[in-house]
Design a protein around this ligand. Sequence first.
Ligand code: IVH
Length: 661
Amino acid sequence: MTNEDAKIQIDKLRKVLSGHNYSYYVMAMPSISDFEFDTLLKQLQELEAQYPEFYSADSPTQKVGGAINKSFENIAHTYPMLSLGNTYNEEDLRDFDERVKKGLGTDDYEYVCELKFDGLSISLHYEGGKLLRAVTRGDGVSGDVVTDNVRTIKSLSTELHGDFPNAFEMRGEIFMHRKAFERLNKQREEAGEMQYANPRNVAAGTLKLQDSAEVAKRPLDIYLYQLIESGNVFKTHSESLEAAKSWGLKTSEHSNVCADIDAVLNFIRHWDSERHHLSYDIDGVVLKVNDFRQREELGFTAKVPRWAISFKFKTEAALTKLNKITYQVGRTGAITPVANLDPVFLLGTTVKRASLHNANEIQRLDVREGDYVYVEKGGEIIPKITGVDLSKRDPDSKPHQYITNCPECGAELVRKEGEANHYCPNDEGCEPQVVGKIQHFSGRRAMDIDSIGDETVQTLFENGLVNNIADLYDLQYDQIIKLDRMAETSAQNLLKGIEDSKKMPFAKVLFGLGIRYVGETVAKKLAQHFRNINAIAAASLDELTAVDEIGERIALSVTDYFAELKHVEMVNRLQENGLQLESTTEVVKRDSELLAGKIVVISGTFHKHSRDDIGKMIEANGGKQGSSVSGKTDLLVAGDNMGPAKLEKANKLGIKIISED
Ligand code: IVH
């Protein structure tokens, strides 16, 4: 293929794929199957790798991220990003409407009602139909440039079509769908990591991640609700949003033009109940005068526009008595305090328990047994306690004393410096930990032993048949047939399930071990890199952190795990029982040994190759990737925007620095 042909082919694929992205993410109407999409995307990736001179940040391949931002540039907004006045009831809203009527001297005006998305506002700058820059709200006057991270949002068009102005700004809200949030929290729980409180916090944290490839793994979404362009092309807000939509920008399908305040109130009532059926959180409705000239007439107060206001939904809170604080012990030994409440009805369900997260949270709320507390459904998921009604507090009540010993086994709890949670260290003798670890191992995401549910594990444990995961492989038919309610076929199925699990791939077994912070993705990375369990057990901290995405915290947890003889013995038993403790997939063929024994650090953003590709090249030539510049580093591949501190350190240590070329 000539360069010219390649360019034509690349452009064609980009166009086709952008079109499919648009159908899928903006119009919610998939136009091809996932498989076909992936096939085309792969073709494009291969061509782009072969012809790096045709790199484009707007290519659909860049939606997987790759650029690393060490610090975010802060720039001033063209117009300040203002907030809105709030109203909470009909009366306030009618007052606002009266002010608008008076300000305009007529009742000939209309409102546009929009959902108030509970995320983070963002300002997007487009030039020549391409996304140039994305800036966070910051303090309203200036914000951080987070373009690389925003580019990973699948529903965001980075190349527009139709009759768009050459330069304009579009503002909107970035958020995360509840399902994606729950999935992420579940993964974090499995890896023994702290849970996020609500989708909004995750979205905020995600936008500030330094590695845009990490951002791409956390699906964010966007709705755009304000066009700013200097040509005065549009007369009304609704017209401008229609146009933006026609250029490929994602606007909400739930906006409505309302002729008067009564129509606005109907819109609000409708969405107050309907919001629970949305896949994302909204916290109210925004009403905006539709006509731009009328907006100008009304102007601004010092802080907010006079032509728009928000109506906030009541967060559904209930007041109830907290009878007792009890404690749960997770499989990793993490302690979670739980508030046991007088049952109270909230958003369609009866709430009896709420998480208090950790000792800091109890201290922050100064919540005590016997208090009357406010319970809310944060993001409509897990109920949480948001405050205490002090007027109802018993004058003799005392601050709550956090437990010092495990409620299950009595062992003294430990709390590592810098960690919010207390832990029970008795991992072998504490029932919920022992049972929880076996349940995790046999569960769907690890060994997927269908015939062993959580209850079966509990029964096996209570009957003294299993104390750890290796014991599963010693189970005999004669032992289990004696158990209550165990029929012949279920006993046989149980054993067959265990036998079949021996075929599960290494990464699943590794994840099943339940090493703290080793979630599914980390297990895969480790399995891929080290190929077998013995190599992982023998790896030093440096060797572990040299693996892509393995940081010090994970590395320490892995070395701690294998430093314990009981773990090594258990793994040996698994090995003897024939479980897959090495990767069977073919080892990638080396191109050369040029970098054998060398540790190479990649830093900054690149134009011709993705970071992943550079990593693969290093490994294909015998080298290992390091995560940070240290005395062990042999080479530094430096891209744009590399942090000055890193550069200085590399220079000081005399490390050779090379460019992507
Ligand atoms: S209009 C001057 N429209 O709410 C107009 N804001 O309390 C400013 N928000 O910072 C914004 N959905 O983050 C507007 N449909 C919507 C919105 C919305 C959510 C957020 C936005 C803003 C905050 C104001």
